[in-house]
Write a protein that binds this ligand. Structure first.
Ligand code: DC
Length: 222
């Protein structure tokens, strides 16, 4: 069993690249951000204040998240793949991700997912906290400008109208919250390899990571 951890700030292209790496290697892709987004969506649907840690914690027992092989996300059996990407969820997810109870609960689930199969898991704390013994750890970064540009193009396709400046501001705000929260903040693991994808295409980023994996673990079918 081989475990690959990919961490880094928002919109650095982690999920696209992680998905591509998993596909090429035949591993399971685990999108941990989608799990924090599901809890956020559920709290919003229940009318619970996302900054009320105890109230949000009391909802956890009623939440079942399934990450399907095709990338779809189910929340209590309902397909929420699109809904977890809305602006309302984005605006609140950092509060949920800073909630210690939520993190402990989701981290336990994430560790279980990596128990008996090879995974590519992406997030913020995978290499530092969720899978500290991962075989390969990548810290994927890109400049704020590049990330905003990528998110801007993605948004256009989704019909979301935000200027590049607005996106940059929001990314900086989320970077700050993610790296300054008390519990398991966004941080490069000491043994992680940094990969700056600012000037790389998606395919080049995937190839760069596969090369790192091959160099580190040799036999990818272990
Ligand atoms: O990767 P993403 O944008 O889907 O993540 C959504 C939010 O969840 C983002 O604010 C960071 C947070 N997150 C986290 O704190 N830890 C993770 N392992 C994954 C995501």
């Amino acid at each position: 069993m081989i475990t690959i951890a990919i961490d880094g700030p928002s919109a650095a292209g982690k999920s696209t690249v992680a998905k591509g790496v998993a596909k090429k290697l035949g591993y399971t892709y685990v999108d941990t951000g989608a799990m924090y987004r599901c809890v956020t969506l559920y709290a919003l649907k229940k009318g619970v204040n996302c900054q009320d840690d105890e109230k949000v914690a009391s909802l956890l027992k009623d939440i079942k998240i399934d990450l399907l092989v095709n990338g779809d996300v189910l929340l209590n059996g309902e397909d929420v793949t699109k809904e977890i990407r809305t602006q309302e969820v984005v605006a609140n997810v950092s509060f949920i991700a800073a909630n210690k109870y939520v993190r402990l609960h989701l981290v336990e689930e994430q560790r279980k997912m990596a128990l008996n199969k090879s995974v590519v898991m992406d997030g913020r704390d995978i290499g530092t906290y969720v899978l500290p013994n991962a075989d390969v750890k990548i810290f994927q970064v890109a400049s704020v400008k590049t990330r905003a540009e990528r998110r801007y193009l993605e948004n256009l396709q989704r019909g979301i109208n935000l200027t590049k400046e607005e996106i940059e501001k929001d990314l900086e705000r989320r970077d700050y919250i993610d790296s300054h929260r008390e519990f398991a903040p966004l941080r490069k693991a000491d043994d992680a390899i940094s990969l700056d994808t600012s000037s790389l295409t998606i395919e080049e980023s995937i190839d760069a990571i596969i090369k790192i994996i091959l160099e580190k673990v040799g036999d990818i079918n272990e």
